[in-house]
Design a protein around this ligand. Structure first.
Ligand SMILES: Cc1ncc(COP(=O)(O)O)c(C=O)c1O
Length: 395
């Protein structure tokens, strides 16, 4: 390994959302944060160098890096996913959540149905509600520790609620599914049949465990490409969330025109100079770093898997396929949400995400972010196990 993911970096005092607001949020100061989806690793050295270089220039006027930037993004998706994009398709935004909000406003009217599959990344729900669209949910089916799609319900929900837009989460946060080509095609065919435009949030596309492959939804069929807004970003992959850059691809001219009009209405123009430099450097120089990171995350995932099997067999781990977020079923303990939270946060002093924030379907589950040094992960697992009745002697 060229890169050291074991290094413990003190993030406290850096205004980190993950670390620095614990007490304010009612969490013990010393709880180990394994919640919000950023990583406790440094970005690739080439990224820091690019940001420092931009900083040292000392003049921070309006900038817009067009072709070198596009070329970096283009090559990444072509090489990694065999997806060829075009320069005109790219719309840069400060984030994927911003981009999804813009898509909802650009392509639907108040009251129109927007489809999601819960449990799912909670801002999907918030964005639909705050923009006064109709939230339409086709819940995923949970059986034997794994999630699947109820295609009959998916189509019925579209028809019964005049759905105009579908927010696809691929790979799926929080249940860690990497959708198969067949599943994506089946969802896509149903959407096209009923005139539903797809917003494909593929921000976690670079994280798949061995045996699973991410397919860019828009790359699967020409009709899909023509009906999709694909949301990508270097922020999860290279840990750049604080820099704010996302790359949104829209092949269809008319959809893109409406989308750009909506962006104009927000008053937003271009991503920051540092975000631009970091994104370009990541995609140009981050390939080996990412491969090593994925091996490290795979190791972390296996540590959690075997620890739970040996020490906490009552916790069911949903088979991890992608993302660095694990989805744990604690329902065998028969605890209320509050009791479960109290044990995990106040006794174990481990800060996870409560499953019900992703929809009622997540009640009794917890989401665990494993993108942290292994020694800290092991400490967190021991603390977790010891906090549950009957496990006090685990060391
Ligand atoms: C599925 C998904 N989409 C979007 C985001 C956030 O994107 P951004 O920070 O670019 O708004 C996250 C962050 O966890 C996510 O999991």
């Amino acid at each position: 390994m060229k890169y050291n993911f074991d290094e413990i970096i003190d993030r406290r005092g850096s205004h980190s959302i993950k670390y620095d607001f614990a007490v304010k949020k009612g969490i013990p100061e010393d709880a180990i944060p394994m919640w919000v989806a950023d990583m406790d690793f440094k970005s690739p050295p080439a990224v820091s160098e690019a940001v420092i270089k931009a900083g040292q220039h000392g003049v921070f006027g309006y900038t817009n890096n067009k072709y070198d930037y596009f070329s970096a993004v283009y090559n990444w998706f072509k090489t990694r996913f065999h997806w060829e994009t075009e320069f005109e398709w790219l719309v840069k935004t400060p984030g994927v959540v911003f981009a999804i909000a813009a898509a909802i406003r650009a392509l639907t009217d108040p009251g129109d149905g927007v489809l999601i599959q819960r449990p799912v990344y909670h801002p999907f729900t918030d964005l639909i509600n705050v923009n006064r669209r109709k939230l339409v949910n086709s819940p995923l089916i949970y059986e034997n520790g794994s999630y699947s799609i109820d295609f009959n319900d998916f189509e019925a929900m579209i028809l019964d609620n005049k759905v105009k837009l579908f927010l696809l989460c691929s790979p799926h946060n929080p249940v860690s599914r990497v959708w198969t080509k067949e599943e994506l095609i089946r969802m896509g065919d149903i959407c096209i049949k009923h005139g539903v435009i797809i917003v494909a949030d593929e921000i976690h596309c670079d994280f798949t465990y061995p045996g699973y492959r991410h397919h860019v939804f828009a790359s699967l069929k020409d009709e899909f490409s023509d009906y999709t807004i694909t949301c990508t970003a270097p922020s999860k992959t290279f840990n750049l969330a604080g820099l704010q850059a996302a790359n949104i691809f829209i092949a269809n001219k008319e959809i893109r025109r409406k989308y750009l009009e909506e962006i104009k209405r927000t008053g937003y123009s271009q991503i920051s100079l540092t975000a631009s430099a970091a994104c370009q450097a990541s995609y140009n120089h981050g390939s080996q770093w990412l491969d090593e990171l994925n091996s490290y995350l795979e190791g972390n995932m296996y540590i959690v898997k075997s620890f739970l099997a040996d020490e906490m067999p009552k916790v069911q781990l949903t088979e991890p396929q992608g993302t660095y977020l694990l989805w744990l079923d604690f329902r065998n303990f028969n605890l209320s949400d509050d009791e479960l939270e109290d044990i995990i946060i106040n006794k174990a002093k481990v800060w996870l995400n409560k499953g019900s924030i992703f929809g009622i379907e997540g009640k009794g589950f917890q989401r665990m972010n494993i993108a942290l040094p292994r020694s800290v992960l092991k400490k967190a697992l021991r603390q977790l196990a010891q906090a549950f009745p009957g496990n006090e002697t685990i060391d």
